[in-house]
Design a protein around this ligand. Structure first.
Ligand code: ADP
Length: 483
């Protein structure tokens, strides 16, 4: 059951390699299912290393010309791609919902967010400026040139099937690089649809490829191949470490956007409604399956009971259902393993003394009811690992010092949030949190204009903002003598 689309040409069951739509060399395919029903929605080629290599070779050929095109020309193609994404946003959202599960309204939001990277980096492409340094001698001059890294690769996850691709390939193309993309095997159709639109926008053949298939063989080629100069990965810390090891022999540049364990601090002097709104937005987006979801909600004793009471009202208003059902606010989880992890985290917390503040966990297929736990403590699994589901664990704390210590007590450092009405605390806590991103009185921190990324085991590099472009640029010092 393929999705019903206005433009059925966007639903493609072939890989896009070197400018051609192709099957796997050996004809093998991978089925993709709809998390809401478990029904197979289609198949994609299970490409292996030789097809990844073909994509890399084509990317090298295409990049040789692309890097010489004036930035304005590259920008025009990115803008055409942006326009096409918006024009086809309804179809793109439908494909996403059916393969990923998120509700249609969120899928539409992601399409717009994903498209925004094309616009942002089309604009940034015109600002790849170098420098002329103060001369060290009468007859010497030194220039600093910014040059594209070259052929790049991207490996992307299933939770944001479009945005995690555009956030990488928009800056890559803006900088003058080419890119070979391996999307998640769970959500390849969004990737293929956006590639089709890229083709229509005038992206030269081979400049981007989408190599579908199981990750190990393709990942091994993308990391070992010396032609690939840069890898940008979003996914788990476990796989990030594997890819970093595999990239060591060819000394690749790496951008790694890995796991998080976001703390969400609510101080006594916070605006309670704002904090509840922030927690709802941060926790239940994509049914809790984002790397910046509030994973540990730490609430000061004085506001604890009021915050929890308001939170329970908001949680009671959530509706679990198929992403295509307009009444639903929480879709299914991606697969059975995701459901099992949520169940394990809740059971472990209950066994160690946490309590249900909401109705107990209810599981139906991959649909999981939203749950609020109170009395959560640092020794529980849920405190140490990303739950990636609609479970909101509430910890209680007394002092600011204790809250900051608890918040930082994790090997991860991606997103963090805190709510306070006090200016001095805002500054103090904002500086003390050891995370790449901090949200003060807001649960929404993803946007194309701001650098996104983590510290510690949450990764390397930044995506979005101007730094997102630097990830795809090399710096060359050009020394001129005898002048
Ligand atoms: P998640 O926990 O979000 O599923 P993963 O790290 O497992 O994150 O997956 C993110 C991406 O990494 C996906 O595209 C997946 O196919 C890919 N991947 C998983 N294992 C490997 C591997 N050994 N080599 C290369 N890519 C991998």
């Amino acid at each position: 059951t393929a999705p019903t689309l206005n433009d059925p040409d966007l639903f493609r069951q072939q890989a896009f390699i070197a400018g051609a739509w192709v099957d796997a060399d050996d004809g093998r395919t991978i089925p993709v299912d709809d998390p809401a029903t478990g029904a197979i929605i289609g198949h994609v080629p299970d490409c292996g290393a030789p097809q990844a290599r073909a994509a890399i070779d084509a990317a090298a050929r295409a990049q040789a010309d692309w890097k010489h095109r004036p930035p304005a020309e590259r920008a025009a193609i990115l803008m055409a791609w942006y326009d096409l994404m918006l024009e086809h946003s309804e179809d793109l959202a439908r494909i996403m919902t059916i393969e990923q599960g998120k509700i249609l309204a969120e899928a539409l939001g992601e399409v717009r967010y994903a498209a925004s990277f094309f616009k942002w980096f089309a604009e940034e492409a015109r600002r790849i400026d170098g420098a002329v340094l103060a001369p060290p001698a009468r007859d010497r001059r030194i220039l600093v040139l910014k040059e594209p890294v070259g052929v790049s690769a991207a490996i992307t996850p299933w939770n944001f099937p479009l945005a995690m691709i555009t956030r990488k390939c928009a800056p890559a193309l803006a900088a003058g690089c080419s890119m070979v993309i391996k999307p998640s095997e769970l959500t390849p159709f969004s990737a293929l649809a956006v590639a089709r639109l890229g083709e229509r926008a005038g992206v030269p053949a081979g400049l981007i490829s989408i190599v579908t298939g199981m990750p190990e063989a393709i990942g091994a080629e993308l990391t070992a191949n010396p032609v690939v100069r840069k890898l940008s990965f979003t996914g788990s810390t476990r796989v990030g470490a594997i890819l970093m090891r595999q990239s060591a022999d060819t000394i690749k540049r790496l951008s790694l956007e890995l796991g998080g364990n976001a703390p969400f601090l609510v101080f006594d002097d916070a605006a309670c409604d704002l904090a509840v709104q922030g927690a709802m937005a941060s926790k239940f987006r994509n049914a809790g399956q984002t790397c910046i979801c509030a994973n540990r909600v730490l609430v000061q004793s004085g506001i604890h009971d009021r915050f929890v009471a308001h939170l329970l009202d908001a949680v009671a208003a959530l509706r679990v259902g198929s992403g295509l059902d307009p009444a639903a606010t929480l879709g299914p989880l991606i697969n059975d393993a995701a459901v099992a992890k949520v169940r394990a985290h809740v059971e472990d917390a209950l066994a160690r003394g946490a309590r249900y503040a909401s109705a107990p966990l209810h599981v139906d297929g991959r649909f999981v009811s939203p749950v609020v736990l109170t009395g959560v403590t640092a020794d529980m699994l849920i405190a140490r690992e990303e739950t990636f589901g609609p479970v909101l664990p509430v910890f209680r704390f007394d002092t600011e010092e204790e809250a900051v210590r608890l918040a930082n007590a994790t090997p991860f450092g991606l997103a963090s949030y805190f709510f306070t009405g006090s200016l001095d605390r805002a500054w103090r806590v904002g500086e003390a949190l050891e995370f790449g991103m901090v949200g003060l009185n807001t649960g929404a921190i993803s946007m194309e204009s701001a650098p996104f990324g983590g510290v510690k085991q949450s990764g390397l590099g930044r995506e979005g903002g101007h730094p997102g472009l630097d990830e795809f640029l090399e710096i060359k010092s050009f020394h001129m003598g005898g002048l």
